[in-house]
Design a protein. Structure first.
Lengths: 222, 69
């Protein structure tokens, strides 16, 4: 049994029986940095649990523009939605951002475990509730907020979550894909924040200086 | 001493067009023997111009976002 299987959030409080079943049915696969893991619209065959590394979930427009839906680190899981739909296709694309080790569980094994282990099914329900809340938040941000507000909110959320999870790094291009805009606009917004004393650029770091100021920028109360 | 942080180059995406080499204000990058290399890494100021210029998204200047203590 992989020693880090209990780092997977969905499996944290599960019984030994659940953990044993996962290890019997799933296989651990390694992916190189930037390697594709799964493709949107391919038939859904697996669910994935991240043992090590970072994964990016994204969608593409017909013109090739990317929208990043989520970034997951150690302990995260993805492709569960598709696995619960009959004859479903993968809902999104997934790629490794760093070298990854991922536990790959067949869709039918996953569904069988949901039927057999109520605790696992309940944990999966909580997972979906959290994911739905995050996606709703993303929809609200993309639809109702200006780019300045989105960037401020994004910076606050990222800095707040850095303490809890392995640090995730963003390029300005990545931020643009996450926030539904283009790189130039992100660059101008960040430079303006720096001019206003809200952030400071250091090598490989964006240091947030003024929480109150950023929160006002995030809500538009300026 | 901590290793100097430099932009990351995704070699599988790089088409060796040389636009980043021309664009770099510090002359850090060069094309040598069929590879994009950091010829003068000590001069890199992490301005991310190379990332902005690359048409193939092959250059990444990553940032960690943190609260200043």
């Amino acid at each position: 049994m992989p020693t880090d299987i209990q780092t997977i959030h969905l499996l944290r409080s599960q019984s030994q029986e659940v953990l044993t079943r996962i290890c019997q049915c799933a296989i651990a696969k390694r992916f190189q940095a930037y390697e594709a893991i799964s493709w949107q619209s391919d038939p859904c065959e697996y669910v994935y649990f991240i043992l090590k590394g970072e994964v990016e979930i994204y969608r593409l427009s017909p013109a090739g523009r990317e929208q990043i839906l989520d970034r997951l680190g150690q302990g995260g899981c993805f492709n569960l939605v598709s696995a619960l739909l009959d004859n479903a296709l993968n809902q999104s694309n997934a790629r490794a951002l760093t070298a990854c080790e991922i536990l790959v569980l067949g869709k039918s094994d996953f569904n069988q475990m949901l039927k057999q282990f109520p605790g696992f099914a309940l944990a999966t329900t909580h997972f979906f509730a959290e994911r739905l809340a995050r996606m709703t938040d993303l929809i609200e941000t993309l639809s109702l907020y200006s780019v300045r507000q989105r960037v401020a909110k994004f910076l606050i959320n990222q800095a707040d979550s850095q303490e809890k999870i392995n640090s995730i790094r963003w390029t300005q291009t990545d931020m643009a894909k996450r926030l539904g805009t283009v790189r130039d606009v992100i660059g101008r917004t960040l430079r303006k924040f720096a001019d206003e004393g809200l952030v400071r650029f250091e090598r490989e770091k964006i240091m947030l200086l003024d929480r109150q100021g950023l929160e006002k920028a995030a809500t538009g109360e300026e | 001493m901590a290793e100097r942080v430099l932009p990351k180059i995704e070699k599988q995406k790089c088409v060796l067009c040389g636009l980043c080499v021309e664009a770099c204000p510090e002359g850090v990058l060069a094309l040598k023997q069929g590879n994009l290399v950091f010829a003068n890494p000590q001069d890199c100021v992490y301005c991310a111009t190379c990332e902005e210029t690359c048409p193939e998204n092959a250059v990444r200047c990553e940032f960690e976002i943190r609260w200043a203590s």
